[in-house]
Write a protein that binds this ligand. Structure first.
Ligand SMILES: CC(=O)N[C@H]1[C@@H](OP(=O)(O)OP(=O)(O)OC[C@H]2O[C@@H](n3ccc(=O)[nH]c3=O)[C@H](O)[C@@H]2O)O[C@H](CO)[C@@H](O)[C@@H]1O
Ligand SMILES: C=C(OP(=O)(O)O)C(=O)O
Length: 416
């Protein structure tokens, strides 16, 4: 299993190109199941999750061709309406094939994802919504079996805001008969990116970017071309890295308008940022200032940035408080950061952080995707050497992170 070896204390200087967003690319690839036409996608990130998704989609009979960040899909010969456990267990987003397969073919068999390190993460809202659209759903042997003659539009109010739940129901509703209204819809920019692609494929959707999506079903969708939106989480992760290490970096191929709250918090930390077009320049001089926050749905503070900000807080000049409201177990990085010398205590869903003068390198273990990124940041800020194990979590969602960071001066190497 690959590890990362990092020697801390290096200031970052140079340019990093941001990749396409994992959380937009995954549902967008699944949209390829909705049409017999060609989907031509660009800015698709080089992630392990993308590879897994393309393998899963290929197993359905979807024709996949890939050339770097360009992916072409053709759904003219899909003949296997299934997502097996072996694929779903490695990537929860596999659940996103359920809505499209059911809507287009009237049938799907998808493994239940089960829990993961950050929480139990049920998919009851996906199921409830599809049932409301007229699907017959049974669960047996760890699989969701879904069937319908034709989905029928209706009004769906989800119990909570769910990102992939909204995406699954949105994709299903595009091919349903009549009108579907999705209330309490997630407003994440990645949902908007998917909705924009669906419109380019001929879907009729109103309210894009709001919590009320109205979809007029159409008999079929056609092919389209689309560039995946920039990864706001990768962007903010690198901004946290420079806030923790000091330095001067330019992030290109990104977007600032979808990162408001995170950028406000980074300004509070002391990071100086200048945005121009699709670039952000970030400069950091002294010690970071502590920032307190609670995670919420978009446009609030993203849970996917909680751990990386925590890493910055560990070395800040003062105390801070971080509350996680989305996932019940997303503090797995805390024990590992404490092994580097951080001073963090957890009470319920809140972490209390006392900034320390220095972190010192140690062997640590990555437990999930963003926890891994936070340990990379903490290790780059620490004195001496840190070895991070189980970085397959990092590879799921960051495109060659160590290559991008070593190009701007970090001392980071992958040990095979
Ligand atoms: C591939 C992808 O886009 N992943 C993102 C997506 O995950 P994902 O879509 O899985 O997260 P959700 O928005 O669905 O989860 C939000 C909360 O709702 C709960 N819930 C969700 C669905 C459901 O049917 N029942 C239920 O109880 C979850 O357990 C969680 O507590 O949004 C999360 C929240 O921004 C991000 O951290 C993930 O990076
Ligand atoms: C939790 C995440 O992803 P996923 O939903 O794919 O597990 C994440 O991107 O931080």
């Amino acid at each position: 299993m690959d590890k990362l070896q990092i020697v801390g204390g290096k200031r970052l200087k140079g340019k990093i190109a941001i990749s396409g967003a994992k959380n937009a690319a995954l549902p967008i690839l699944c949209a390829g199941l909705l049409t017999a036409g060609d989907l031509e996608l660009t800015n698709v990130p080089g992630l392990h999750d993308v590879k897994t998704m393309l393998t899963l989609l290929g197993q359905t009979g979807l024709k996949v061709s890939r050339d770097g960040e360009r992916v072409t899909l053709n759904g003219g010969a899909i003949d296997k309406l299934e997502a097996p456990y072996e694929m779903v267990k490695t990537m929860r987003a596999s659940i996103l094939v359920l809505g499209p397969l059911l809507a287009r073919f009237g049938e799907a068999k998808v493994s239940l994802p089960g829990g993961c390190a950050i929480g139990s993460r049920p998919v009851d809202q996906h199921i409830k919504g599809l049932q409301a659209l007229g699907a017959e759903i049974t669960i047996e042997g760890g699989y969701i079996y879904a069937k319908c003659k034709k989905l029928r539009g209706t009004r769906i109010v989800t119990d909570m805001i769910t990102v992939t739940g909204t995406e699954n129901l949105l994709m299903a509703a595009t091919l349903a008969e009549g009108e579907t209204v999705l209330e309490n819809a997630a407003r994440e920019p990645e949902v908007t990116d998917l909705a924009n692609l669906l419109v380019a494929m001929g879907a009729k959707i109103e309210g894009i970017g709001t919590d009320r999506l109205t979809i007029q079903g159409v008999p079929e969708l056609h092919g389209a071309s689309h560039a995946v939106i920039a990864d706001r989480i990768e962007t903010a992760t690198f901004l946290c890295a420079v806030a923790a290490t000091g330095g001067d970096i330019l992030l290109t191929n990104t977007r600032c308008d979808i990162l408001d709250v995170a950028l406000d918090k980074l300004r509070e930390v002391g990071l100086i940022m200048t945005a121009a077009g699709d670039s952000i320049r970030a400069q950091m001089g002294g010690r970071p200032k502590p920032v307190s926050f609670r995670t919420t749905e978009y446009p609030g503070f993203p849970t996917d940035m909680q751990a990386q900000f925590m890493a910055v807080n560990t070395i800040a000049g003062g105390t801070s408080r971080v509350t996680e409201t989305i996932f019940e177990n997303r503090f797995m990085h805390v024990q590992e950061m404490n092994r580097l010398g951080a001073s963090i205590q957890i009470e319920g869903n809140t972490a209390f952080i006392r900034g320390v003068d220095k972190l010192v390198g140690a062997p640590v273990m990555a437990t999930d995707l963003r926890a891994s990124a936070s340990l990379v940041i903490a290790a780059m800020a620490a004195q001496g050497q840190t070895v991070i194990e189980r970085i397959y979590h990092l590879d799921r969602g960051y495109d060659r992170m160590e290559v991008k960071l070593s190009a701007v001066g970090a001392d980071i190497v992958r040990i095979k």
